[in-house]
Design a protein. Structure first.
Length: 485
C-alpha cells in the first residue's frame, strides 16, 4: 500500500510517497522534457520517497518542473515499473507551481489563481488592463517566444541594459517558473494579474514575436520588435494563398510596433514589406543575440552539457513545419553520432518545445529546452539545418554549414515558399537524405564553399560584429524610451 501527499519541503515543492515492504530501487517523475528523481529512505517494513518538483538542467540552478504531465515510475529490484499508487490528490498550490495527482500521473501547472485562466477570468483581467491608469514606470517588459524561453535578442538587450542602466526595472514574461529569468529581473507568469500589470505600465516593451492577447499601446509606451531571425521562408503577408483574416491580423499586429530591429538591409527589406511596416523606424544593427558568437569559445557550455573539450559536436537544428506539431524526424541522431564520430545536439524550434519529447541515444543530447541558442552555436563544430534562420546566425562563426532538405519541393512549393533560391546561394552542401549528409560530413571539403560563404556573410551578417546589443541599447537610451537612472 502506498500513500501520497504534496508538501512544501523547506521552500521546495515536493511529492511524498510512503509505502510498506521492500524499498524501491528508484522512484521518478518522468515527463517529455524533464524528470525528477526521489530521495529514498527506510529499509525495514516501510519506505519513504520524496520527489522534488524542481529540477536542475545544464548545470544551472533547480527550477520548477515545466508545466505538463509526468508519469510516476516506481522501480523495484527485478520488477521494473511497479504499479503507481491509485491515490488521487486534488490540485494544490506549492512554491512556484500548482500540482495534482491522478492514476499515477502528476500534472504540473503554473502558479496563480486557476480562476484567472478560465475564459471569464481572462476576460476580467483584460477589462482591468484596458482600464489601467497607473503611471508608466521606468521599466522594460521583455518577452521571448511567448514566454517559453528567456533568450534570443531580448536576452542580449536585457544583459546590456542591466550593465549600463541598472536602475531600470526589467520585467520578464515567462510561461511558468521553469523559465529562468535573467539575474535582477522580475519574472511575471504569462496571463497572471502581475503579467497584465507589468505589460501595462512598462515604458518599453522588447519582444521577438507577436503581442498576444489584447494589447493596446498606451500613450508614452514604445514597442521594440526585434523579430527572431532573418527570413528565408515567406512570412506574414507573403505566405502562400490570400487569407483576408490573416492579412487583417498581420496589419493589426504590425501597427502595435514602434521600432523594428533587422539583422541586415536584406532582412529590413523583407520584414518591412511582409508586415507592411512602412514609414516607421527600422534599426539595422545586426542581431544582439549573435554578439556571443564573437566572444564565446563554447568551453563553458561544453562543460554544462558534459561534452569533452576535444569531442566533435554537430548541431541539428531544423525549423518547424506548418503541417505538424512535433519536430521533423529526418535524422536518426544516434546513427549520425556513430557515423560522424561526434556528439549530436538536437535543437527543435520553440514551437516544438511543448508538444515534443527529448531525443535520446548514445552521444545524443536534446537541447531544445536550452535557454540560449547562441551558446549552442558557439559550441558546434558544424550546423545541420534546413530552412531555419539559424543558418544566418551560425555563419557569423565561419564554421561549416550543411542543409538537410528531404521535403524541399513540398516546403518551397506548398507550405511556405522562399525569398531566394537556397540551392543557388547555400554556403554549404545541400543534401536530401541522412546517407548523403554523412557522406558530405566525411568527404566534402568546406573550402569548396569559401566564395559562397564570404558572399553570404557580406549579404546577411555584415553588422554582426559583437557590438549589436551595445548599439541597440544606446539608441534606446538616447531616444529616451527609458531613463538611464
Amino acid at each position: 500500500m502506498t500513500e501520497a501527499r504534496f508538501f512544501d519541503d523547506d521552500g521546495t515543492p515536493a511529492l511524498e510517497l510512503r509505502g510498506t515492504g521492500a524499498r524501491p530501487a528508484s522512484v521518478d517523475l518522468v515527463g517529455a522534457r524533464a524528470r525528477s528523481t526521489a530521495r529514498l529512505s527506510g529499509r525495514g517494513r516501510t519506505w519513504r520517497a520524496v520527489i522534488p518538483l524542481r529540477a536542475a538542467r545544464w548545470g544551472g540552478s533547480a527550477l520548477a518542473l515545466p508545466s505538463g504531465r509526468y508519469r510516476l515510475r516506481i522501480d523495484a529490484d527485478g520488477a521494473p515499473d511497479v504499479a503507481p499508487p491509485a491515490t488521487t490528490l486534488p490540485e494544490v498550490a506549492l512554491p512556484g507551481l500548482r500540482a495534482a495527482l491522478s492514476d499515477g500521473t502528476v500534472v504540473i501547472g503554473p502558479p496563480g489563481d486557476p480562476a484567472d485562466r478560465t475564459p471569464a477570468g481572462r476576460a476580467a483581467l483584460e477589462r482591468r488592463y484596458a482600464r489601467e491608469r497607473d503611471p508608466l514606470e521606468n521599466a522594460v517588459f521583455f518577452e521571448s517566444f511567448y514566454g517559453r524561453t528567456a533568450g534570443c535578442n531580448p536576452l542580449a538587450i536585457d544583459r546590456e541594459l542591466a550593465r549600463v542602466a541598472p536602475g531600470v526595472t526589467r520585467y520578464w514574461s515567462v510561461v511558468d517558473h521553469s523559465v529562468d529569468a535573467p539575474a535582477g529581473a522580475v519574472a511575471v507568469v504569462e496571463g497572471s494579474p502581475e503579467w497584465w500589470r507589468a505589460r501595462g505600465v512598462s515604458r518599453l516593451l522588447v519582444v521577438n514575436d507577436w503581442l498576444r492577447r489584447r494589447f493596446v499601446r498606451r500613450r508614452g509606451q514604445v514597442v521594440l520588435q526585434t523579430w527572431h531571425g532573418t527570413p528565408l521562408k515567406r512570412l506574414a503577408l507573403h505566405r502562400p494563398g490570400f487569407d483576408p483574416r490573416r492579412a487583417l491580423a498581420v496589419l493589426r499586429e504590425s501597427r502595435r510596433w514602434n521600432v523594428l530591429l533587422a539583422q541586415s538591409p536584406y532582412a529590413a527589406r523583407v520584414l518591412t514589406r511582409a508586415y507592411a511596416f512602412l514609414r516607421r523606424p527600422v534599426w539595422i544593427e545586426g542581431y544582439p543575440r549573435n554578439d556571443a558568437l564573437r566572444t564565446d569559445d563554447g568551453a563553458l557550455t561544453r562543460r554544462r552539457l558534459g561534452i569533452g573539450p576535444d569531442e566533435r559536436v554537430l548541431l541539428y537544428a531544423p525549423t518547424w513545419r506548418d503541417d505538424r506539431e512535433a519536430m521533423v524526424d529526418f535524422v536518426d541522431p544516434a546513427a549520425l553520432a556513430r557515423a560522424a564520430d561526434a556528439v549530436v545536439l538536437v535543437r527543435g524550434h520553440t514551437r516544438t518545445l511543448q508538444p515534443g519529447r527529448d531525443a535520446d541515444g548514445a552521444r545524443v543530447i536534446d537541447v531544445t529546452g536550452y535557454p540560449d541558442t547562441s551558446r549552442l552555436l558557439a559550441v558546434a563544430d558544424a550546423l545541420i539545418t534546413d530552412y531555419s534562420s539559424v543558418m544566418f546566425d551560425f555563419s557569423v562563426t565561419g564554421k561549416p554549414l550543411y542543409f538537410l532538405v528531404p521535403d524541399l519541393e513540398h516546403y518551397r512549393g506548398e507550405l511556405r515558399g522562399f525569398y531566394f533560391d537556397l540551392l543557388d546561394a547555400a554556403p554549404g552542401p545541400v543534401v536530401r537524405t541522412q546517407h548523403e549528409l554523412e557522406r558530405a560530413l566525411a568527404e566534402v571539403d568546406p573550402d569548396v564553399f569559401t566564395e559562397r560563404y564570404a558572399r553570404w556573410q557580406r549579404e546577411f551578417t555584415a553588422r554582426d560584429d559583437g557590438r549589436a546589443a551595445e548599439r541597440v541599447v544606446a539608441r534606446i537610451l538616447d531616444q529616451g524610451f527609458v531613463d538611464r537612472a
